[in-house]
Design a protein around this ligand. Structure first.
Ligand code: ADP
Ligand code: SF4
Length: 682
């Protein structure tokens, strides 16, 4: 193992946080895992993996302190009563077993709680609708006894957290997810008593709860304050050069640790399409100048050089990470071991974030083992067990083929990958050339780097294999990872039959990514989005970049519907508007090539414009039938050629197929499930 670069020594210095000491500066920040209180084994194993991978502090996700902070279908953590303590104690033990500190984000969701399960009133500083306009629920204005009850509940939760063994107890006033942030807000707090009105009054409850928590901690646990210093893009929101700064100045020395970020979640978890590594620093930089206490912040940090510079320049004391710690739980260990090039860098796609909207365990494009630590026993670094060494042929070097190859290689297998094109990466290589998506090439780069380090791996480019060549190659196993192509016949998510008649013709994303519009006379292109993720809007951007005009049309009621889940939708709309792309929603494409507004019935043709159809994809699986006819050999398919999907799905598929080749498993048992086994026991 090469020694680590002394430049990175500073990242491995211990940091005193009040009465406790973090062993290094790597801080796995609180983030939703989707496992929550109902699937503790999955949650425990996921966080333990981060501790094993070297994160010196590992934090729990939002942990509801009481039943009136019921986040309903979002599986957050709970610490409502003593029956929750054993679960938390098990989590703490699993983190501490690796020498890391365990932190808990004690939280009350205030006007973001829904209380659908508990049926008790939602609470807030004032009587207002809750902060999700689509939910028909209002908050009750807390009276003095509610405020007392909240403080008592927070103290009780802090005591339980201390009993469970946590080292760091959070007071949570971040995002728009926290009652304490709601009291701070001059918009949401319309009270006229000592908890409302002027700044000091709105700050009162936060100060009191901080003091309460310090009292419970009694110098044994550290108390962290998680605070969003700004709400960029919100006209009447908090500003880092306004009250955000005033809060830090007023409470500067009170907490043992400042955990700072920007709110709401779409600001905090921006994708690579819209923000570069370190995007929060311009907002959070000032914090260290106002406090002597350690400061942690996030910003999709994956580069160790950037981390060193943050510390040296006095911008942060601890490097916070949620997504980078999901994409690579072993990021700190790899830096420590001098293996920086082995880091699996987060690509900033927010597939992980989308899982929270569904209330499901995390998925990650770069790390297919996330959430599978307990239920499938998958480790992100330790090789899967193999029965014997065999020679594997993988056809196609897209995300699925490359992940399959890397997983086999790590298990000591011999791997040959044949790729038709003269560059590896398949769809990620092509899509990474679209505006804003360059970081997606990391999916390719991490894996080709792993292959290039081994003599047991061969990657042949410009090698389109026929069925005969594959059969003759003589490998022990054959995996087809040949991808998918976009359809041009009008079939898409909301139109499941071939649509076009007669003359109607469309370009596909493949045509545009192949360069069909480069150098063409400027024209107008209607991008018809019946896919609803990122592709149509990225193509519209590309079309504008090439000097053409783009019109965006979708049968859905919103632009790029699914990107609401990746927190990108508002930014996509803003960018398309900046580019003067006309946006038509609720508008369907008819078989004759005309467009019909589904609400008004109005029909329009967009005369002279050419159509770009972003609909469904077809698996490129022609080789399968030919191979089956030609040889007795078992052939497996993976990724988009098995079923077209997201890049994340292709990587997971490649990983799963590789494990299946190494150790055949019972296909009827996909994974262990967390179940209550004896419903008759009280
Ligand atoms: P996935 O997302 O499933 O990995 P991609 O479309 O990204 O799929 O990658 C599939 C890759 O397979 C492409 O780079 C394509 O060039 C390659 N490919 C397709 N057919 C063949 C073939 N017959 N021989 C070698 N490579 C192929
Ligand atoms: Fe990063 Fe995407 Fe993985 Fe989330 S899903 S951690 S954004 S690579």
């Amino acid at each position: 193992m090469p020694p680590h670069d002394p430049r990175y020594d500073i990242l491995f210095e211990p940091v005193k946080i009040g009465p406790v000491t973090a062993p290094n500066r790597f801080y796995a920040a609180p983030h939703a895992t989707g496992h929550g209180w109902a699937q503790p084994k999955g949650a425990i194993a996921l966080r333990a993996m981060k501790a094993e991978g070297g994160w010196g502090t590992v934090a729990m996700q939002m942990s509801e302190i009481s039943p009136d902070s019921d986040m309903a279908n979002h599986p957050m953590e709970r610490i409502w009563d003593d029956s929750d303590i054993p679960r938390h104690a098990a989590q703490v033990a699993a983190i501490k077993a690796h020498g890391s500190l365990a932190a808990i984000e004690l939280a009350h969701g205030g006007m973001r709680a829904r209380n659908i399960t508990t049926g008790v009133p939602v609470l807030g500083p004032s009587a207002l609708p809750v902060l999700r306009p689509e939910v028909p629920v209002q908050a009750r204005a807390m009276d003095k006894s509610d405020i007392r009850a909240f403080r008592t509940a927070h103290k009780a939760a802090a005591k339980r957290a201390a009993q469970a063994g946590y080292d760091v107890l959070y007071v949570y006033a971040a995002h728009d997810l926290s009652l304490l942030a709601h009291f701070l807000s001059p918009v949401l707090n319309q009270r006229s008593d000592e908890y409302g009105g002027g700044f000091e009054n709105r700050l009162r409850l936060l100060r009191e709860v901080l003091e309460d928590t310090l009292e419970v901690a009694a110098g044994k646990q550290a108390v962290a304050l998680r605070f969003s210093v700004a709400e960029p893009g919100k006209p009447d929101g908090l500003r880092h050069d306004g009250e955000g700064r005033d809060v830090v100045a007023a409470l500067a020395e009170l907490p043992d640790l400042w955990d700072v970020n920007i709110s709401g979640w779409p600001n905090d978890s921006q994708t690579a399409r819209f923000a570069q590594e370190g995007y929060q620093l311009p907002f959070t930089d000032f914090v260290k100048s106002l406090t002597s206490k350690p400061v942690v912040g996030v910003g999709r940090f994956t580069s160790p050089d950037m981390m060193v510079s943050l510390i040296k320049k006095g911008r942060l004391d601890l490097v916070g990470a949620a997504r980078p710690s999901i994409a690579d739980p072993f990021l700190p260990a790899k830096i420590r071991e001098g293996r920086v090039e082995d880091i699996r860098e987060c690509i900033g796609c927010n597939i992980c974030v989308s899982m929270d909207a569904y209330g499901l365990p995390l998925r990650c494009t770069q790390n297919p083992t996330i959430s599978e630590e307990w239920r499938r026993g998958w480790h992100p670094e330790t090789p899967a067990l193999s029965q014997k060494r065999r020679a594997h042929l993988i056809v196609g070097a897209g995300p699925a083929g490359l992940e399959c190859a890397v997983t086999l290689l790590r298990a000591g297998q011999k791997v040959t990958v044949a790729e038709a094109r003269d560059e590896p990466g398949g769809r990620v290589t092509r899509e990474a050339r679209l505006p804003g998506l360059s970081s997606w090439a990391r999916v390719r780069d991490y894996r080709t780097q792993q292959l290039s380090q081994s003599r047991d791996a061969d990657l042949f480019l410009a090698s389109r294999l026929s069925a005969a060549e594959i059969a003759e190659f003589g490998a022990d196993t054959i995996t087809l990872a040949t991808g998918a192509r976009w359809r041009a016949d009008g079939l898409g998510a909301s139109h499941l039959k071939t649509r076009f008649e007669g003359e109607t013709q469309a370009l596909t994303p493949d045509d545009i990514m192949k360069g069909a519009l480069a150098g063409a006379t400027p024209g107008t292109y209607v991008v018809y989005d019946d896919d609803h993720f990122y592709m149509a809007s990225a193509l519209a951007e590309e079309i504008c970049k090439l000097g053409h005009r783009a019109i965006y049309v979708t049968p859905q009621a919103t632009v790029a519907t699914w990107t609401d889940l990746t927190l990108e939708q508002d930014r996509i709309i803003a960018r398309l508007r900046d580019l003067d792309v006309a946006l038509h929603v609720n508008t369907t494409l008819r078989p004759d090539g005309q467009f019909e507004n589904l609400l008004s019935g109005e029909v329009q043709a967009f005369d002279g414009a050419k159509l770009v159809m972003v609909g469904a994809r077809l698996p490129c699986d022609d080789l399968l039938a030919e191979l089956q006819a030609r040889s007795e050999m078992q052939v497996v398919q993976t990724g988009d050629c098995l079923v077209p999907g997201t890049i994340q799905a292709a990587v997971l598929s490649g990983h799963t197929v590789a494990r299946g080749l190494l150790t055949p498993t019972d296909p009827s048992v996909l994974f262990k499930r967390e179940q209550v086994l004896n419903p008759t026991r009280q």
